[in-house]
Write a protein that binds this ligand. Structure first.
Ligand code: NAD
Length: 370
């Protein structure tokens, strides 16, 4: 089987879908690994390290026309998809709901496409959970970026000349990214607090040493799959009141509240931002879905009365070697259940494979036909 990775072509994308360590494992299992020349450069994996791991460096045309399984970070261009070999396979973050037209074109060539965002969040699939691995690193990076923008100390310091107060960091939305943001801010010595709408988040925060605040409401916001539901207007008003005093005292706010399939909830309105001290930092990790802060702008850092609001859409690319490493290992774990070890045939009947399939041999999955 020929398994390949291309140079990613989306603006600002620095990750690569196969890292040299994973290339080596695939080669040891009897596969041929093709890497487009320069594919790992932006994550500091040189062509030479791929060659040392047993991979072949190839041109785009060679890869596209010969590959059996193409591993990608983002869905490639129409032209690349058009030129893929008949009956080949593509696996990555295909963003299928926004890319329905592109994906429909795969049926002409009997291509199977698997989108890592669709992997069920069950225990057995944890090693393939790209959303978690990338959110985790983004949460870390959000706090590191906030720290470098913040002009004061994160940790308390006691000196002969006096005491420097620790920074107060508030994390809004305690999913995978938020938990890592809490852990990172704690390690840097900040005083950390957090909020969420799911009760289960309270214990997780407290176990990391952060204090937790949430609206006292009889209904839990967690749905059966562990995600948050959209809250009522009444709840949102209570939440606004609850956090308004708290926000004023914060130096850094990390926003990471999301609701699957919906716009991100607005948790910081204009007044909340204006109540903060000059020099404070807001990192809006929810910006790709509209943001948690009413004043954040996608791809920009906005200054409001000395408060910097960062709408970085590509935090993950600030840590691309590690992000590529985990992403590639997630894909490797997926291949482990997709490829039969004896026959090297692809097996499509596993629940994880079925759930993540967008097309199988050109047939659009039921989730996209309704
Ligand atoms: P996510 O990115 O969808 O949301 C981030 C957080 O925002 C969530 O904690 C959510 O409750 C919170 N949120 C939503 N609306 C809010 C509001 N109005 N105010 C404050 N917070 C709000 O979530 P995620 O990081 O993907 O994780 C969701 C859940 O799934 C978590 O419980 C996580 O532990 C769980 N999970 C399980 C597995 C697994 O079992 N394999 C893997 C990953 C995540």
């Amino acid at each position: 089987m020929i398994i390949s990775a291309l140079k990613e072509r989306r603006d600002g994308e620095k990750r690569v879908a196969i890292v040299p360590d994973v290339a080596k494992k695939l080669v040891n299992e009897g596969h041929q690994v093709f890497i487009e020349s320069g594919a790992g450069d932006k994550s500091f994996f040189s062509d030479k390290t791929y060659i040392e791991s047993g991979a072949d460096i190839k041109s785009l045309d060679d890869i596209v026309s010969k590959t059996d399984i193409l591993l990608v970070v983002d869905l490639p261009s129409d032209e690349i998809l058009y030129n893929l070999k008949d009956s080949s396979n593509i696996i990555g973050l295909l963003n299928p709901y926004d890319n329905q037209n592109k994906i429909a074109s795969l049926k002409n060539k009997s291509i199977s496409a698997f989108s890592m965002e669709l992997i069920p969040r069950i225990t057995r699939a944890q090693s393939m959970d790209v959303l978690s691995s990338q959110a985790n690193l983004s949460g870390y990076r959000a706090v590191i970026n906030a720290t470098s923008l913040y002009s004061k100390s994160m940790a308390m310091m006691m000196t002969a000349a006096g005491t420097v107060a620790p920074a107060k960091v508030f994390v809004m939305g305690v999913g995978v990214a938020g938990l890592q943001a809490i852990a990172t801010a704690k390690r840097l010595g900040a005083v950390v607090s957090a909020t969420d709408v799911r009760r289960a988040a309270a214990e997780q925060c407290e176990s990391l040493g952060a204090s937790f605040i949430m609206v006292d409401d009889e209904n839990d916001a967690e749905d059966d799959s562990g995600y948050a539901k959209e809250m009522s207007n009444e709840y949102k008003e209570k939440q606004r009141q609850l956090i308004s005093d708290h926000v004023k005292q914060q130096d850094i706010i990390i926003c990471s509240a999301l609701i699957p399939g919906k716009q991100a909830p607005t948790l910081l309105d204009d007044n909340a931002v204006k109540s903060m001290k000059p020099g404070s930092i807001i990192i809006d990790m929810a910006i790709e879905r509209g943001g948690n802060c009413s004043l954040s702008k996608s791809g920009e850092t906005v200054d409001v009365n000395g408060v910097s609001i960062v709408g970085d859409v590509s935090l993950i690319n600030g840590i691309s070697p590690d992000a590529s490493n985990l992403f590639s290992k997630n894909l490797y774990a997926f291949l482990d259940i997709l490829i039969d070890k004896e026959t090297k045939d692809l097996v499509f009947d596993d629940e994880i494979i079925k759930d993540s399939a967008v097309t199988i041999k050109g047939q659009l999955s039921e989730k996209f036909t309704n």
